[in-house]
Design a binder for this molecule. Structure first.
Ligand SMILES: *Cc1c(COP(=O)(O)O)cnc(C)c1O
Ligand SMILES: [Zn+2]
Length: 401
């Protein structure tokens, strides 16, 4: 059986306690398993479908999980863009191919299952969009109510549509994501809803399976895994999962964990580059990549460890670089992602140019969410289709044939 432990002071908590941070010191918690006693066979995993639940021995869920078949997402070799950057071993793990269109589903299949396992009958989150879309979907599947708090005017259209149609009680606040998160924490504390933001250590357990799948798909440990960073839960989750595989003796080294943020919202990058002991929150985060428009990342402490312990790094990219890479992925690789996701590949391009990433490195970018999440940002950048009279001469003339 697993337990919860504080990553700072080591205090332990039983697995059935509903707790989101250490009562003794306030720092984040993580889930720990008696890895040496679980008797996991890697060959056994290989027989199961590629999905979050392939790895169920190192997940905390013991009931029948609430699942919509999450995970098992494609890993694409980036032929054209890799060639252009001089990186022959460049890959993208397309997490937009999950049921709701983002990696949040991996966290929510585990998180909503844990809500039921812990006897909770309602769930809530604050969200820049994708967390709410995913929570609404999994709560619908579980047949329990969900409440989602969104920053007014800053959530992409597709994500709002999902939260609404899947039946969440959606509330927008006149404030940013960071404020929405403070509010939902108070709500959950006082009214017993189960909180499914990424300070919930069980949610991150689902997300760690991105790293497991990358290893299983490649057949080796890549030199580097690159992610967009908002609340910094995902980069922390993948690092934690890979540490567990190392402890199990399945791998002998870890990839360099590398985080990419938007220039207007880059507190983790600043901490890494200035070698600060902790992240200083950014009061007014701003970027077109709304999924990473977060000034006070709740998993900053875990993320700094992930980056520092693996010899990784963090850099920021401009909104123009993000949008340009979104277009390049779509038009040259056939991979449609939302702006935040393109940040990871834009970051790689910059790190190669700066000589930080070597040409022979094997690099996997996690592209986190689907293009259709944010159609408005796309339409604003593209020429609209040309409208013509409905006859062949007009068509030929428009096509210059
Ligand atoms: C949530 C999200 C992120 C940021 O992930 P964190 O775990 O908060 O760092 C990046 N991209 C997309 C599309 C997301 O939905
Ligand atoms: Zn503690």
């Amino acid at each position: 059986m697993h337990h919860l432990a504080c990553i700072h002071c080591g205090a332990k908590y039983p697995p059935d306690e509903v707790i989101y941070s250490c009562r003794a010191c306030g720092h984040p918690l993580e889930v720990r398993y008696p890895l040496d006693r679980l008797g996991i066979e890697r060959a056994e995993w290989a027989k199961r479908p590629l999905s979050v639940w392939r790895y169920r021995e190192i997940l905390p869920v013991h009931i029948q999980p609430v699942t919509l078949r999450e995970g098992g997402t494609p890993l694409y070799h980036l032929d054209a863009l890799g060639k252009e950057m001089g990186l022959p071993h460049l890959y993208a793990k397309h997490e937009g191919m999950n049921p709701s269109g983002s990696f949040k589903d991996r966290g929510m299949t585990v998180g909503v299952s844990m809500a039921l396992q812990l006897g909770k009958r309602s769930v809530a989150c604050a969200s820049t969009g994708n967390t709410s879309a995913s929570l609404a979907m999994y709560a619908a599947k579980a047949g329990i109510p969900s409440v989602v708090l969104l920053p007014s005017g800053k959530v992409a259209l597709g994500k709002v549509a999902q939260a609404l149609i899947h039946g969440a009680r959606a509330i927008t606040i006149r404030g940013n994501f960071d404020r929405a998160l403070e509010l939902v924490q108070e709500l959950c504390d006082k009214h017993g809803l189960y909180l499914l933001n990424s300070m919930n250590p069980y949610r991150l357990e689902g997300q760690k399976t991105i790293g497991f799948e990358i290893l299983d798909q490649l057949g080796y440990v890549p030199d580097r895994i690159v992610l967009p960073v908002g609340n910094a839960g995902n980069i922390s989750a993948i690092h934690k999962g890979l540490r567990e595989l190392r402890e199990l003796g399945f791998i002998d080294r870890l990839p360099m964990m590398t985080g990419i943020q938007a220039e207007g919202s880059a507190p983790v990058v600043r901490a890494v580059q200035e070698n600060l002991p902790e992240v200083i929150p950014e009061a007014h985060p701003e970027t077109v990549a709304t999924a990473i428009r977060i000034g006070a990342p709740v998993n900053a402490e875990k993320a700094l460890r992930a980056i520092r312990e693996t010899g990784g790094t963090a850099i920021s990219v401009s909104d123009a670089e993000i949008l340009s890479m979104q277009r390049a992925l779509a038009s040259r690789e056939g991979i449609g992602v939302e702006p935040a996701s393109a940040a990871s590949v834009a970051g790689v391009k910059k790190l190669v140019a700066a000589g930080v990433i070597g040409r022979d490195e094997r690099v996997v970018c996690v592209v986190t969410g689907h293009l259709l999440k944010d159609p408005e940002t796309v339409v604003k950048q593209c020429e609209p289709p040309q409208e013509i009279e409905p006859d062949l001469p007009s068509l030929l003339s428009a096509l210059r044939l």
